[in-house]
Design a binder for this molecule. Sequence first.
Ligand code: PEP
Ligand code: MG
Length: 320
Amino acid sequence: TAAREVETRSEPVETADGREIEVAANLGTLAELEGAVEQGADGIGLFRTEFLFLDRESPPDEDEQYETYREALSAFPDGRVVVRTLDVGGDKPIPYLDLPESENPFLGERGIRRSLGPDRELFETQLRALLRAAAGEGRLAVMFPLVSTVEELEGALAAVERVAADLESEGVKHAIPELGVMVETPGAVFLAEELAARVDFLSIGTNDLAQYVMAAARDDERVADLHDPLHPPVLRAIARSVEAAHANDAWIGMCGEMAGDPDYTELLVGLGLDELSMSAVTIPAVKGRIVDCETDAADRVASRALDASTRNEITETIDQ
Ligand code: PEP
Ligand code: MG
């Protein structure tokens, strides 16, 4: 069969019966910004700031970061730009940060754990740049990676407050952006109510969530079959997080690979996600699926998938 031309939609889309779903782009480098706009992204749902710190000998300073965040914001004057604070460790090493050797890097010091520990200074510099960037045009949001306790979130929020107080006393223009947490550990799933009550939004990282829920490394081919968000435990973790977010007046998105597969779009709409963020190339196809989607039908797909006991049953439900 001939490949179908997929229409690019530069405006936000809604389902056939009028539920708006934001479709945003994941950004791994600033060079991807243009492609995100071209493919019709409504905004940036995951700005992986690691790239700012890679391939160099020292970390970027506050002004350099500020300029980068401003550049992303000016590419999306009407859309939201969600910047994730530095997520190093695990599969994301940075030479000058002196990351510890670990037998189990994915279970070690990574993400927010480092930001509240050995990388605290870097974290505060990044927050200063972000709060300054938030004072300008555009809608900035900031989220924290790999949170698994309420204490970690409160530590991160306290750092935001401290940085805001410093900027205030220095007379530097700043604003508090929208704040959110990534749901990518089982701990965050079971605490989703408490986390959502403290922030504006949650964003599900299915790459790590599948790894930790299924105990299957994301970078090990031999367990690739287990590292699949269609396994019932992962799907139920997603559903639980969506419910918890909505019960606490938070919006919830998904920025793991799962969000960019058009075969899953109807299921994700049915599960209640408010935003999907993905590599830019998949945006036209996913937007195309959303406009064809009826929420009643999507709800039925989701509830059948959540009743299923095996991945096979879920796959069959989606294929039907
Ligand atoms: C995820 O874990 O799903 C995610 C979006 O973050 P990253 O892939 O950068 O770990
Ligand atoms: Mg992750």
